[in-house]
Design a binder for this molecule. Sequence first.
Ligand SMILES: Nc1ncnc2c1ncn2[C@@H]1O[C@H](COP(=O)(O)OP(=O)(O)OP(=O)(O)O)[C@@H](O)[C@H]1O
Ligand SMILES: [Mg+2]
Length: 629
Amino acid sequence: MANTKKTISADASNPLGTLVNLWPYMWPEGRADLKARVIWATFYLFLAKFVLLTVPYFFKWATDALNGKLDMAGVLPAFLLGAVVLVIALNFTRILQVGLNQLRDALFASVGQYAVRQLAYRTFVHMHQLSLRFHLERKTGGLSRIIERGTKGIETIVRFTILNTVPTLLEFLLTAVIFWVSYGFWYVAVTAITVALYIWFTVKASDWRIAIRRSMNDSDTDANTKAIDSLLNFETVKYFGNEEMEARRFDSSMARYEKAATDVWTSLGWLNFGQGVIFGLGTTVMMVMSALAVQRGEQTIGDFVFVNALLLQLSVPLNFIGFVYREIRQGLTDIEQMFELLEVQPEVVDRPDAKPLDIAQGSISFKDVHFSYDTARPILKGVSFDVPAGKTVAIVGPSGAGKSTISRLLYRFYDIQGGSITIDGQDVRDLTQHSLRAAIGMVPQDTVLFNDTIAYNIRYGRPSASEEEVLAAADVAQIGHFISALPDGFETKVGERGLKLSGGEKQRVAIARTVLKAPPILILDEATSALDTTTEHEIQSALDVVSRNRTTLVIAHRLSTVIGADEIIVLRDGLIAERGTHNSLLEQNGLYASMWNRQREAVQAEEQLRKVRESDDLGVVLRGVPAAE
Ligand SMILES: Nc1ncnc2c1ncn2[C@@H]1O[C@H](COP(=O)(O)OP(=O)(O)OP(=O)(O)O)[C@@H](O)[C@H]1O
Ligand SMILES: [Mg+2]
């Protein structure tokens, strides 16, 4: 879609400016077919208006004909002079007008829907351009509501602006001209005053209602945020039995929504009533004027009917202007937040002269890297290390030391505050994010899967992969057996965020999709942490195969998995505390050595426990054998 880069702002306090900005949505670039539809819809619209204006005339003539006072011989064709024919003609024009209006709407529907699609597309693309920080802070439920309202709002605006504003003004003018020509200045004057008052009131009242509408939107967003967050945490809610608390939290948001939404409706009632009063007074004056004229013999009863019909007809566009103004203002309020969202700038952006990564061997180098998520709390305080091409470097260290942060920085999810990160000598900040990320495969600490089939999730690593390749990748990740044992095999749905799979299964799916991606650089962040030791050993050998000849960064808690690394870096409090091979680190007898000893003890204890259990099981089995009788 062409318009993805244009910046368009919505500002409810400047509706006209916003409407000008929205023009591309009403007159879509590069879509001649839609433009043609706009033109045709406008044509039918005008036609319908003209047809509509003949209705009061037929009404007048029919009334006069019934009264025997129709004096139009020579003006109207002879076949139209009978009262019955005129009544039929009157109703036929009404039907025609309805038909023309429907034709207009049908023609215009695709323009409005295209605008919706375009805006939704822009927003979706933009969401993916925003940085990780934004997404960690976002509120999914609220966000989806803002987008939903925004796309609906744009449709309203596009539709009403084109289809109503200009033609309605034209209808006023024509009505005024008819009154002037047929009945003189005073009728025009009363009409003009009524219309002016009506519009003034509508604008004032609608502006007053905007604040109410905004508070309704805010509480709607809030309620939806709470609902989605609560449902995402379904299990946690159950663990702590906090259903009631959740329900109360949601209900208090909904109560605010209830109040605001009620206000929106009651204020609409006032608006409608005020409009009705103004218009009713204007009509009363005009009809009294006409009735007096009939009594004086200056007008026929047909004229009286005509004035009434024309006024009734005028009430329709007037109502519309009120309605349109209201809807557009509401639409603008609704899309306001969506456009604010579209204006959020991505934190990490490609430089204008960014180049694609030219990867030769894939050696990684961190030089004196300083980084903090918040300025108040440094996470990395000068970290330097190299991962030579094709080698494996392991990062270990206590929880919260900044290990996963290092992998995020390599991916350039955040920009560093000091130092440099280079791949084959190219600073990651000088590269296009796309090429950088294409070169790195990541098995993350917490795997989240798409709510689709296992096959879909594995193939995600390389969507063009063939079925055989997907199977092979699953085998490498030691999950092929498991999958083929499932009733639905590769077509098994994994559930929201992959929650229908066990932690270890999810991890293996993540490994399989990275295997499929086959990147030159590999990051394994606790890739096997959720597995039992046996499976871990099996996968470890698979990962060894995968990481052979690939530059690999391994992050691990379980030190047994990094013994073979070319270098092990011990990270503590954002600094490298120790570094070396497994053996040299043990010799240093420092942090690594103490971590190693502790884990060894744990493993030994575990093994002993297992042995005890096994013998116990044996005992149970033996005891279960019925004694010989
Ligand atoms: N998005 C974030 N915003 C603010 N602070 C963060 C963010 N992500 C992580 N941190 C903080 O940065 C520190 C390092 O986090 P990191 O995830 O790198 O730890 P880690 O070494 O991988 O720990 P673990 O072994 O538990 O996975 C932590 O103290 C964490 O609270
Ligand atoms: Mg981590």
